[in-house]
Write a protein that binds this ligand. Sequence first.
Ligand code: MG
Length: 395
Amino acid sequence: MIAPRALQVYASLMSTQNPDMRIGAVIVAAGRGTRAGGDLPKQWQVIAGARVAAWTCARFTARSDIAEVILVVHPDDQAFAQEIAGVRIVHGGASRDSSVRLGLKALGNDLTHVLIHDVARCTVPTQVIDDVIAALNRSDAAAPALAVTDALWIAKDGSVSGTQDRTGLYRAQTPQGFALPAILNAHTKHTGGAADDVEVARAARLDVVITGGDEANLKITTPVDFARAQTLLEQSMDIRLGNGFDVHAFEDGDHVILCGVHVPHDKALKGHSDADVGMHAVTDAIYGALADGDIGQHFPPSDPQWKGAASEIFLKHAVALAQSRGFTISNIDCTLICEHPKIGPHAGTMKATMAELMGLDADRVSVKATTSERLGFTGREEGIAALATATLVKL
Ligand code: MG
């Protein structure tokens, strides 16, 4: 039996964040260097489908324990920076440390702590950030690093002129975390440049705790690093698949609504809403990928307000839910199963309508049809079935 007090101590050790902490992040992206190759500074080059800076910012904007993310950029890069969601843009200065200072000053004054991160480290693992935040519970400064394991040489004119003891040497990484007033004060006093913010903090006599670095916390520096970063990013993507299936029976009428399109027919589809069986299957596929129920749970048929409702209400809800959880819909594939009406002449309009409703490019949406060879209820033309697949991606 563990005493309550011991449990409390245990809980406080396990929790990464003190409830009184309000953490901001400053991503330093004002550099103009093209050492990594290409025409653009490395942070604006595209890897794995997004700009380096977008990947980096997403590591911080996706966290519920980080209240605000400041992206410090060169004024010439304003247009690129504006593409990035969830950050506040600040224009940097002539040097790295002046850019950091401008970023720190822009942070909300309700914040207690800050993580300062190099934009070129777009693959920083969640655990590295977690460990820095956890260490800020016990110290005003903490930063990740890896112990040097390679032998170290001193070189002169291309030859080894000496060796260097590696004991106690570390390779510094970011994010570097600080109590906000302490690092603001340190930066205000420190002039004349610094390799990183730990150097600035040390100059102000702050004790900097070393937390675990990670080889995956790569700093893009040379052209080869882009390929390594791409591999790491692709491995860390969260990819979800969902499927949906729906059936509606025919009743008397003169048209059906399929994938948002009015199709003349000698029957109608029966249902509580507009009975758009294709759109329902797609909507359920998105809910399925999110592991969040189905249309019936979000819009109960027992609720009279959904009587005769346009099914796009359901689809738009599912799309918004996916977006709110950080997912992008990568593609949708929907198959309608019926003998009649013939879908082929309407498939293009259905595809365009569905793409428009979901805010997707038309080449990411497929609507196709098949018969069931006159077998079963669809073969007897008692109703229409639809199945759908959705792929959702979180970067
Ligand atoms: Mg339905």
